[in-house]
Write a protein that binds this ligand. Structure first.
Ligand SMILES: C[S@@+](CC[C@H](N)C(=O)[O-])C[C@H]1O[C@@H](n2cnc3c(N)ncnc32)[C@H](O)[C@@H]1O
Length: 272
C-alpha cells in the first residue's frame, strides 16, 4: 500500500503537531510500512482512505495508535555503557547531596521507550547503593504503548545482550513455557521505577519533581536545533543545581546556546 504525497504530508503535519518531530521525505516508505496494519485493522484497503478518515474523524485512541507506530523506540539494556560507568563513579558524590540530608536520590529516564534504560539505572543503583538506600526512578515517554511495555518489564532475551550472567541472575527471571526466550525484571526493581507518559515538547507533568540525574538520550536526534534547545531548557528546569544531564553520544549540545557545561562526553551540568 502506498501513500499519495498529500496524505503523506497530512500525516507529517499531524505527527509534528503532536510530537514535535518533523518526518523528512525519505521517511515515506517507513510511514507507509508502519501504517499498513492499522489501515487494514480499520477496514481500509487503501492507505489514502485510512489517512483521510484519520484527518476527518479519528478517535483519540486511533491517533494514539498512529503516534505509537510512528515513534522510533529502539533501545536495549546498558546502551552506551560509558554513561553507566560515569554515573557509577559519581554516585558517592551524588549521595552526599540527598543522602546526607535524608532525602531520596531521584533519576529520570526522559525518553524511556520500553524501559530498558530505566531498569539499567535501577540495576546499577541496586548494586552500588543497595536495596535499602533511598532512590527512585521516573521513566516517561511520548508513546503510551511504550509506557505500558515498561510497566510490564518483560523483554526478549536479545534486548538483554549487554547484561552479564551475574546481572541476569540477580535482577531478572528467565521465562519458561510460553515466556521462553524472554526475561522479566525482578519485582523489587520494578517497584522502584514509575512509568508515565510525557511529551517533551509540551509542559511537563507538575508531579514530576526535580532530579539528581536525567538521562535524555537518543531522542534529541529527531529534532531540529530550535526544538532541541527548547526540550533541553525544559528538561534542565527539572535538574537539581548539582545534577547531571546525560544525552546520547551522537547528541552534542554545543552550538545550541544553552546554560550548560560539559563535564564528560555527552554529560552536562548547569553552567556555573
Ligand atoms: C530511540 S528511543 C530512546 C530510548 C532510550 N532513551 C535509549 O537511549 O535507548 C526514543 C524515544 O523517544 C520517544 N519520543 C519521541 N518524541 C518524544 C517526545 N516529544 N516526548 C517524549 N518522548 C518522545 C519515542 O517514543 C522513543 O521511545
Amino acid at each position: 500500500m502506498s501513500l499519495s504525497q498529500g496524505s503523506f504530508e497530512a500525516v507529517v503535519g499531524m505527527f509534528e503537531r503532536v510530537s514535535g518531530i518533523r518526518l523528512v521525505a525519505a521517511k515515506k516508505p517507513l510511514v507507509e510500512g508502519r501504517l499498513q496494519r492499522l489501515a487494514q485493522q480499520a477496514g481500509h484497503a487503501r492507505l489514502d482512505d485510512y489517512v483521510h478518515q484519520l484527518m476527518q474523524a479519528a478517535s483519540p485512541e486511533e491517533l494514539t495508535r498512529v503516534i505509537d507506530k510512528l515513534t522510533t523506540n529502539e533501545t536495549y539494556f546498558f546502551r552506551e555503557p560509558q554513561h553507566f560507568d560515569h554515573l557509577k563513579a559519581q554516585l558517592p558524590e551524588l549521595m552526599r547531596g540527598p543522602g546526607s540530608t535524608g532525602g531520596t536520590l531521584r533519576l529520570w529516564s526522559a525518553a524511556s521507550s520500553s524501559g530498558e534504560e530505566a531498569y539499567s539505572l535501577a540495576m546499577l543503583l541496586d548494586e552500588e547503593l543497595g536495596a535499602s538506600a533511598r532512590w527512585e526512578i521516573a521513566a516517561t515517554d511520548l508513546s503510551t504503548a511504550m509506557v505500558r511495555h515498561g510497566r510490564r518489564a518483560l523483554y526478549p532475551m536479545e534486548r538483554a545482550r549487554n547484561l552479564s550472567p551475574a546481572r541476569l541472575k540477580r535482577h531478572c527471571l528467565r521465562g519458561t513455557g510460553e515466556y521462553e526466550g524472554q526475561v522479566l525484571v525482578q519485582r523489587q526493581l520494578r517497584e522502584r521505577v514509575r512509568f508515565d507518559s510525557a511529551n517533551l515538547m509540551r509542559d511537563l507533568p507538575r508531579t514530576l519533581g526535580s532530579f539528581d540525574v536525567i538521562f535524555l538520550r537518543n531522542v534529541l536526534i529527531y529534532f531540529d536545533p530550535p526544538a532541541k534547545a527548547a526540550i533541553v531548557r525544559r528538561v534542565l528546569g527539572q535538574l537539581k543545581p548539582d545534577g547531571l544531564l546525560y544525552t546520547g553520544h551522537a547528541e552534542s549540545l554545543s552550538n545550541l546556546d544553552l546554560p550548560v557545561r560539559a563535564v564528560a562526553t555527552a554529560v552536562y551540568a548547569h553552567a556555573a
